[in-house]
Design a protein around this ligand. Structure first.
Ligand SMILES: [Zn+2]
Length: 144
């Protein structure tokens, strides 16, 4: 059940995500998230990746080689790739219709930040659910 899920970030990790979103502006930033846990998912590593989208101002595409390398590295240790993050330049911190068209993995956590010049919103988290055929928000707990 998506409702019982919670995503845990440290304040430092939230800052890293916001800084990535602000630095990439007016492009979308993107990257992968490694974490542990089932209903309370604790992020243990943020892995920035190159946005390989044709137009990185209006979409993101995670470098497949970076994804492959991370999956292989994580398999050897603790944790797993729990999802990914990206930003919406001059947009809102919610998944777009473009994101919905790309959503196929019901387990993947989508972290989204709204970005403008030099600043970005706190990260929000979502997961695609076939129940509502859309994204459901997951509460994000940011610890000091
Ligand atoms: Zn998006």
């Amino acid at each position: 059940m998506t409702e019982s899920l919670q995503l845990h970030l440290s304040a430092y990790q939230a800052d890293i995500l916001r800084q990535a979103a602000a630095a990439a502006y007016p492009h979308e930033c993107c990257g992968l998230l490694v974490g542990e846990g089932e209903s309370a998912i604790v992020i243990t590593e943020i892995v920035p990746t190159t946005n390989t989208a044709d137009d990185p101002r209006r979409g993101f595409s995670i470098n497949p080689q970076a994804q492959f390398d991370l999956l292989r590295r994580v398999r050897a240790g603790r944790g797993r790739v729990v999802g990914h993050y990206h930003s919406h330049p001059d947009g809102r911190a919610i998944p777009s219709s473009h994101d919905l068209a790309m959503a196929y993995d019901p387990e993947a956590i989508w972290v989204v930040m709204a970005a403008s010049a030099g600043t970005a919103s706190q990260p929000k988290a979502f997961r695609h659910t076939h129940d509502i055929d859309g994204f459901a928000e997951i509460p994000v707990a940011i610890s000091p």
